[in-house]
Design a protein around this ligand. Structure first.
Ligand SMILES: Nc1ncnc2c1ncn2[C@@H]1O[C@H](COP(=O)(O)OP(=O)(O)OP(=O)(O)O)[C@@H](O)[C@H]1O
Ligand SMILES: [Mg+2]
Length: 342
């Protein structure tokens, strides 16, 4: 995979060419100070959000020697305030409003798909810049775009000059069973995979032929020989009326998830008999339903509840557990750490 091929998959490169066939979107250049804020992995502070940090009430009624938890340390305590980007924020808000008030955010290539669990609505739907910042700052995919977009390229040409951009796409309720990923090699559509392979969708097996032929027709009429690379991966959506929409272009290589194919198959053509058109793969009913591919990016629910104080009983249990552990440690100091004694 060449750097140029990756660069060609940036949103602002393909969007003007395929505008008619995809979801309405706006592209805003990311100011340098916003990029720096996104890359700064200090405390996550998001401006414009409801910061109900009640000022810590220091009524030290409890005896100090009993509880030596240090909530603050005079030397290191600083008041962390969220940086403000008034001009950029106005620009973003205007763009969001003009797209109907709810957007799906991306950078040049990636959406923060690995961070949806952190949002209050557990979704990537955003209504303001602070919603976007919360997702972007929590996402490894966004960091990848910002820091090493050409990591897996194998040519030694200099890195293309980057102009980072915030992409705002009009929010659309896409039904996961309507999403497909298409693999294109030398401008030939060689494979189509159900995108959400963790689920079995009955309609896909029933309508296999009509889905495949409508995607092939869309590809022939609107995409083939019109994209800058001859090898690429195309994401499409087939709506309930049977109309096919373009969702995204991705590089043809390991940076892109090969879903129900392997990259070996796609690159060498093994197991793909292409006489009757592209190979079409979907999850069968007898395949056990698999976990969501982004699960590994989450932190355990308990940590979230503890850190937000969401579940007071959990916090009490946790403190009791800690206290118990401390007592145990005092009892047998030189033993190995252990989880719990039965
Ligand atoms: N405008 C939109 N409104 C609502 N949901 C969307 C929108 N665009 C995309 N999605 C959903 O988000 C998912 C990811 O979108 P997209 O493919 O643009 O992200 P990506 O970061 O490029 O993903 P990948 O890394 O798999 O290429 C899509 O599969 C779709 O379910
Ligand atoms: Mg993509």
């Amino acid at each position: 995979m060449k750097k140029e091929q990756v660069a060609n998959c940036q949103f602002s490169v393909w969007y003007p060419l395929f505008k008619k066939h995809t979801i309405k979107s706006l592209i805003l250049p990311l100011p340098q100070n916003v990029i720096e804020y996104l890359l700064d992995d200090g405390t996550l502070v998001v401006s414009g959000s409801d910061n109900n940090n009640q000022s810590s009430q220091n009524n030290n009624s409890g005896s100090e020697d009993e509880d030596d938890v240090q909530w603050s340390d005079d030397e290191t305590t600083t008041v962390v305030t969220a940086p403000e980007f008034p001009e950029f924020s106005c620009e973003v808000q205007e763009a969001i409003n003009s797209l109907g008030g709810r957007v799906f955010p991306k950078l040049n290539w990636s959406a923060p798909r690995d961070a949806n669990w952190i949002a209050l609505n557990s979704s990537l739907q955003c209504q303001s810049l602070s919603d976007i910042f919360l997702l972007f700052k929590s996402s490894d995919f966004i960091t990848h775009d910002l820091t090493q977009p050409f990591l897996q390229c194998n040519d030694d040409s200099p890195d293309p000059v980057m102009n980072y951009e915030l992409v705002l796409r009009k929010w659309s309720e896409l039904i996961p069973g309507g999403e497909f990923r298409c693999f294109v090699k030398e401008n030939k559509l060689i494979g189509i995979s159900q995108r959400d392979y963790t689920q079995h969708y009955q309609h896909i097996s029933k309508q296999e032929e009509s889905i495949s032929s409508s995607i092939q027709k869309f590809f022939r009429e609107h995409v083939q020989h019109q994209f800058l690379n001859e090898d690429f991966v195309l994401d499409v959506y087939r709506d309930s009326m049977g109309r096919v929409w373009l969702i995204d272009f991705n590089p043809f290589g390991e940076v892109t998830d090969s879903l129900l194919f392997t990259w070996e198959e796609l690159k060498t053509g093994t197991n793909l008999s292409l006489q009757d058109g592209p190979a079409f793969r979907y999850t069968n009913s007898d395949v056990t339903v698999q976990p969501s591919p982004c699960l590994s990016y989450r932190i355990p629910r308990d940590f979230m509840d503890l850190s937000t104080g969401e579940d007071a009983y959990k916090l009490i249990d946790f403190l009791k557990l800690k206290k118990g552990q401390q007592d145990d440690e005092e009892d047998d100091d030189d033993e190995e750490p252990h989880m719990a004694s039965v």
